[in-house]
Design a binder for this molecule. Structure first.
Ligand code: PLP
Length: 365
């Protein structure tokens, strides 16, 4: 690390890399934001300057997602993990059942929280497939009295990603998109609510983005803690209490960067290109590398793979670190290897990883 712009090949799963241009922009205005004589961190969240950051953030998010009306964005705290509880607290009423799709570690955490508040039924359970694929829309079993259907669009640990979302009719579809939000265009109109912790694809940790359909804000229960009520955050435009202002500011910069990249269609194209560089090495390795997720559920964000032995995987992890790669060890609960190729990971990092993988196979195959 000899100079400031030396950047590691960062394949961390979360918190994850941010675009260099965003970090440099933040650095340039770090001590004097918009000539206020102070950092955005040091100013009142009731100031006109911060209000503009907050409002612009919502506008950019909607613009990138192609949403014109009917939804609003909220910026809240507590991570996606707090959404696991807020969703059932706000939407699971007596006499109703919450439908969850059991697709892996993150879905399971969401389910555990929902069970604290009411009845839960699994609309699909992928345990028999070891969570290595996502269910097709036809595999969903929705209860007659379903309050909502909850999915995890991308299972960050197993590396399985939904390619097609179900049509749940009048039952609101709720998605945890923490690890693939804004990685590709989606049809927001299929969803009642989308949430995502920012630290994978949107910015730094500290802020959680919630996109909620207007009608879901009606008739929400009032006997739950103030900070856990969507209605409060909506009514106060995400400024009920002191927001994580620096994180929101960083998300704002990331959204501007995404727009400069050509928006979600262009970003998706690049994400496909990046992921395919690595999946191609896996598929052409003659079994030296083995992809974990089923081919038709393979994540473009978290590429999971194994080698023939744990010893070889350890050697791979070690050699990759020596070569300047960061974050390639799989999640501690599943082992193996994982390359997280979120929006901010540059193509060159994926090309370097491809070359490293080819070379490692040559040396060890
Ligand atoms: C990382 C992650 C979470 C947890 O997010 P926190 O913000 O740390 O609570 C939840 N769901 C998915 C899919 C994730 O990848």
């Amino acid at each position: 690390m000899t100079n400031q712009t030396h950047r590691a090949y960062n394949f961390n799963a979360g918190p994850a890399g941010l675009p260099l241009a965003v970090l440099e922009k933040a650095q340039a205005e770090f001590t004097n934001f918009q000539n206020a004589g102070m950092s955005v961190m040091e100013m009142s969240h009731r100031s006109a300057i911060y209000e503009q950051v907050n409002n612009e953030c919502e506008q950019l998010l909607m613009e990138l997602l192609g949403v014109e009306k009917g939804y609003q964005a909220l910026f809240v705290q507590g991570g996606a993990s707090t959404q696991f509880a807020m969703v059932p607290m706000n939407f699971l009423r007596p006499g109703k059942v919450a439908n969850y799709v059991m697709t892996g570690a993150w879905a399971e955490k969401a389910i555990q929280e929902a069970r604290l508040f009411g009845d839960v039924a699994l609309a699909a359970d992928l345990v028999a497939d070891n969570y290595m694929r996502m269910p097709k829309p036809t595999e969903f079993n929705i209860s007659e009295n379903a309050a909502y259907v909850h999915i995890t669009s991308n299972e960050t640990i197993s590396g399985a990603q939904f390619k097609e979302f179900p049509d749940t009719g009048n039952v609101p579809l709720i998605a945890d998109m923490s690890s693939d939000i804004l990685s590709k265009p989606i049809d927001v109109s299929k969803f009642g609510l989308i949430y995502a912790g920012a630290q994978k694809n949107l910015g730094p940790s500290g802020v959680t983005v919630v996109i909620i359909r207007d009608d879901l804000l009606e008739d929400l229960p009032k006997n739950i803690p103030t900070m856990l009520r969507y209605g409060i955050h909506s009514k106060n435009k995400s400024l009920y209490n002191t927001p994580p202002s620096f994180s929101v500011y960083m998300v704002n910069l990331v959204l501007k960067w995404l727009k400069e990249q050509g928006g979600l269609a262009a970003v998706n194209q690049r994400n496909e290109q990046k992921a395919h560089l690595i999946y191609d090495v896996i598929d052409n390795s003659g079994g030296f590398y083995n992809g974990c997720a089923h081919v038709d559920s393979r994540s473009l964000m978290n590429i999971t793979f194994r080698l023939q032995s744990e010893e070889l995987e350890k050697a791979f992890a070690k050699a990759s670190e020596q070569a300047g790669f960061v974050g390639l060890k799989g999640h501690r609960s599943v082992g193996g290897l994982r390359a997280s190729t979120y929006n901010a990971v540059p193509l060159e990092a994926c090309q370097a990883l491809r070359d490293f993988m080819l070379d490692f196979q040559k040396q060890n195959g």
